[in-house]
Write a protein that binds this ligand. Structure first.
Ligand SMILES: [Zn+2]
Length: 215
């Protein structure tokens, strides 16, 4: 009886090892099958390693003016990065013009603070912005707005101070964006008046295409 019990126990252990092995192999196969993110909206899955760190520089440190062509690109661009030159685009009659640009594609990619400053407002998916932030650099009186992120704030909260280049979220499809339309809406507002961000940005056109002007 004792032998029989031991044998059953041994078989159980072997069966467990075999099944663990099978699970491990399955997970590995699955992991290898996973390609670049296509339609991410989960914070964990959105953490894709940065591949082009050079695009993160130069950034605008606290107190420094924004120089044309030198503002950090606000997204770690994916292979589907496409910048819409659509500042001032007329929206539906009676509504205000488009006060930023839209950076298409790049679903789930890291979003950067373009300057050192304070996250003065957190958008909580209650309006057209979806999830997002207002970043304010008091030294230059520059305001930056980020809309349509994923829900994950990357550990940050309203009134947190961030350095230039800090990851403040990930590209999502919240607000007036949609599930098939992942993009970052990005605004630059000296003295809180919107200007066209496009001439200010550092854009590697080998990586991100830029649309013809859309007005
Ligand atoms: Zn937009």
């Amino acid at each position: 009886m004792a032998v029989s019990t031991r044998t059953r126990a041994s078989r159980l252990v072997i069966a467990t090892i075999l099944s663990l092995g099978a699970v491990g192999a399955g997970s590995l196969a699955q992991a290898q099958a996973v390609d670049a993110p296509v339609a991410l909206n989960a914070p964990g899955a959105a953490l894709v390693p940065a591949e082009r760190l050079s695009l993160r520089k130069p950034a605008v440190p606290a107190g420094q003016p924004v120089v044309e062509g030198e503002l950090i690109f606000p997204v770690d661009p994916g292979p589907d990065c496409y910048v819409l030159d659509n500042f001032g685009d007329g929206r539906e009659a009676g509504t205000r013009l488009h006060e930023g640009i839209d950076i298409m594609g790049s679903a789930g990619r890291a979003v950067y603070a373009v300057a050192a400053g304070t996250l003065t407002k957190r958008y909580t998916n209650t309006g057209t912005a979806g999830w997002g932030w207002t970043l304010y650099d008091a030294a230059t009186k520059m305001t930056y707005k980020y809309y349509h992120l994923t829900e994950d704030p990357n550990g940050l909260a309203e009134n947190d101070v961030v350095e230039a280049g800090a990851v403040i979220g990930h590209v999502g499809s919240s607000g007036t964006s949609s599930d098939t339309n992942f993009h970052l809406h990005f605004e630059v507002r000296p003295g809180n008046v919107a200007v066209d961000p496009l001439p200010l940005l550092t854009i590697d056109t080998q990586v991100c295409r830029v649309s013809p002007p859309i007005r």
